[in-house]
Design a protein around this ligand. Structure first.
Ligand code: GLV
Length: 317
């Protein structure tokens, strides 16, 4: 009998093309993040699932369908999945590492430039008809050359951001659990304790996974250590940052600016951030290029096929 694989969102065609050679594929489209109950409903007949990062793959979801053998998350992060429960139940979990590194590093750098050079404010000025002519003091920003970029989390994406920073003439500091000789050698990066990195950086960029240890790491205490002229960039996971504390720092001029691609209660944005011109807000676009999303879909489908065929898969978490 053919296996049934459920896709919890519309995905690049390659996923269905690969899977449908030997499985029945059901795609369930929803504009909004699903609840646990909705997920239980759509996974009812699935042997395998390709999920997205907004799907709450909880223990209750995992136990609801005894046939479920693999959850292939179409993301590098797996914080939306109860990995302990999956392991206990013998359900494989896979992710899509590697293929989204460059796209996400590009977006982090786009946000660094947007925040430091006030690109969104400038665009708004043009559209609102407020550009009346060149002025020496208009929309002055912060230069990256000779500034220090502090990277928190030195995985693949942190490394790729460090490479871009080096090309922009920045010094790179990083905070990670272990020493990363590769970036120290390639980019002259210096490992620092978190507090020292926060104190010394002109731009702080987050590239750590969401875990109990990293949740809320950028709170009012951390923000108070940053230079008032500094910027905070988050393309990792929203709950790393206490958004209320960030809003206070931005409102009071305690911090010069921020740029966020991810949110504490995604897709909700803290309403205090919306009126602020010193924060750039994007709708979780880190990996959103055609090439990367195709590669992610291909990897997710390959993991499902491989697991259902052989009980092995290349990207087990
Ligand atoms: C995106 O945020 C991912 O984890 O792939």
């Amino acid at each position: 009998m053919k296996h049934t694989v459920v896709l919890t969102a519309a995905m690049p065609d390659v996923a269905t093309a690969l899977l449908s050679q030997e499985c029945d594929v059901l795609t369930h489209i929803s504009e909004e993040p699903r609840t646990e109950d909705e997920l239980i409903d759509i996974l009812a007949d699935a042997d395998g699932a390709i999920t997205i990062l907004t799907d709450p793959v909880t223990r209750r979801v995992l136990t609801s369908n005894p046939n479920l053998r693999i959850v292939a998350n179409c993301a590098v992060g797996t914080d939306n999945i109860d990995l302990v429960a999956a392991r206990e139940l013998g359900i494989a979990v896979t992710n899509t590492p590697g293929v989204l590194t460059e796209a996400t590093a590009d977006l982090a750098f786009a946000l660094i430039l947007a925040a430091t050079r006030r690109i969104i404010e400038g665009d708004a000025m043009m559209r609102n008809g407020n550009f009346l002519g060149w002025q020496p003091l208009m929309l002055l920003g912060t230069e990256l050359n000779e500034a220090t970029l502090g990277i928190i989390g030195m995985g693949r994406i942190g490394f790729a951001v460090a490479a871009r920073a080096k090309a922009f003439g920045m010094s790179v500091a990083y905070h990670a659990r272990s020493v990363h000789h590769d970036t120290e050698e390639a980019h002259g990066s210096l490992r620092m304790e978190l507090d020292e990195l926060l104190e010394k950086s002109d731009v702080v960029s987050l590239h750590a996974p969401l875990t109990p240890e990293t949740a809320g790491m950028i709170d009012s205490r951390a923000l108070a250590l940053m230079k008032p002229s500094a910027f905070l960039i988050n393309t990792a996971r929203g709950p790393l940052v206490d958004e209320d504390a960030l809003a206070t720092a931005l409102e009071t001029g305690r911090l010069r600016g921020a740029a966020l691609d991810v949110y504490q209660e995604e897709p909700r944005v803290n309403p205090r951030l919306l009126p602020l011109s010193n924060v750039v807000l994007l709708p979780h676009l880190g990996s959103a290029t055609t090439r990367t999303r195709e590669a992610m879909a291909r990897i997710a489908a390959t993991n499902v096929l491989s697991w259902l065929r052989t009980g092995r898969a290349p990207n087990i978490v």
